[in-house]
Design a protein around this ligand. Sequence first.
Ligand code: GLN
Length: 515
Amino acid sequence: MTTDLTRSTAAALADLLTQGSISAREVAQAHLDRTAEVDAAVHSYLHVDTEGALSTADEVDRRRAAGESLHALAGVPIAVKDVIATRGLPTTCGSRILQGWVPPYDATLVTRLRRAGMPILGKTNMDEFAMGSSTEHSAYGPSRNPWDLDRIPGGSGGGSSSAVASFQAPLAIGTDTGGSIRQPAAVTGTVGTKPTYGGVSRYGLVALASSLDQAGPCTRTVLDAALLHEVIGGHDPMDSTSIDAPVPPLVEAARRADVSGLRVGIVRELTGEGFQAGVQTRFEQAVQHLVDAGAEVVEVSCPSFTYALAAYYLILPSEASSNLAKFDAMRYGLRVAPSGIPDPSAEQVMAATRDAGFGDEVKRRIILGTYALSSGYYDAYYGSAQKVRRLIADDFTRAFEAADVLVSPTAPTTAFRFGDKLDDPMAMYLNDIATIPANLAGIPGISVPSGLADEDGLPAGFQILAPAMRDDRLYAVGAALEARLAAAWGGAMLDRAPALAGSGAAVGPTRTKEA
Ligand code: GLN
């Protein structure tokens, strides 16, 4: 029973809960048991909230028994990335500097999860302050990829992607500043959406780069992502960048999965050279599936994308260096007394705390950002990067005249091994080559599995991008592709392997050769 419940989609669990054939407590307990079984090996969580999850579940069961009308996802549990403020639950952002910080308030999206009656299982691991593509920059040790424990689960949201891929949670929340929802989804064979900028409230999301950050769903199916997106999306007066317009019908789009006559644009700059052969092959096959489903293919060119990575790595560190200035040893978390100074000044405590509390990648970006913003260089670096950002947005506007959605592989490679890119920041940054343009332009994107790469048998991701506020198209196209692939595979990719409960190392799907 336990195993079956953890392998169910959120949509299936919601149905069973509504019918009354299972209780919310059983569902929450099954996932907590799964975590007890496998998380020593996977390390998806920084904090598990057994008591809180069960008490929310009991409350849902009580209300259902009393005949109250509940949200469709009431009783479906969820894991939340540790960069999102949760009242009464530690929120560390994967950093030592926030060790022990317990927020006195909930992020808006957490309030919405709670209001829907969704038990929060715990807080998931991440690269420190969401800087990275592997979780190797977490101060608390990396998460592992359930497909191969020697490989990264993507980052920064590798805790959320691995939790979902190892059946510890049917749903998770991630955040995506340059790809941290989509790339982890790609390398774990799961689904991840970065909504339109302003589509999901950032209130209570600890900012990395405020003009790029968006929270969104991490799931195993496209429909589940749409269901979760509808819970967390929509206007919030607490976030001045929140869009005050209705969210398009996402669940309906996922259910209809209609792509007939839809123009699918292949972005020339985001395919081919630099992409692993098996990833590219799965991409091309996925496009063919969409054609078979009635879509039309066009090729588009976005020449400014060549500069996207460079612009991003000026804009992001600039905003991050400013956002991280608030960690001053006075207001939150860690405070370190400088050694050998009997009566230290506030500045000396601040310096000692930031030195001990931040890891190398965070320090690297603070230095980069501070430099890019310094008065003598502001125009040359930050100013130029902002101009490139405009050109990238213009490229998208033009491309969306020729196509209704744009597609590419999500990440250039499948999951790499721990240590492979850790000492080479540039190699790490290149993981985001295909995901970053969407953040710079504020448009929505999703990654859905496209299959297993032939050369290593690991999951590859297919990225779909749509114009701002047309997140519904992501779900229509994603669901159409998912259905075609499931037909070709004889089931969902993650479900092709039998459940591997019990043994410590057997935490997810086994790798099987692509049919
Ligand atoms: N890997 C990218 C970075 O390190 C993306 C991070 C993110 O989306 N949070 O900046």
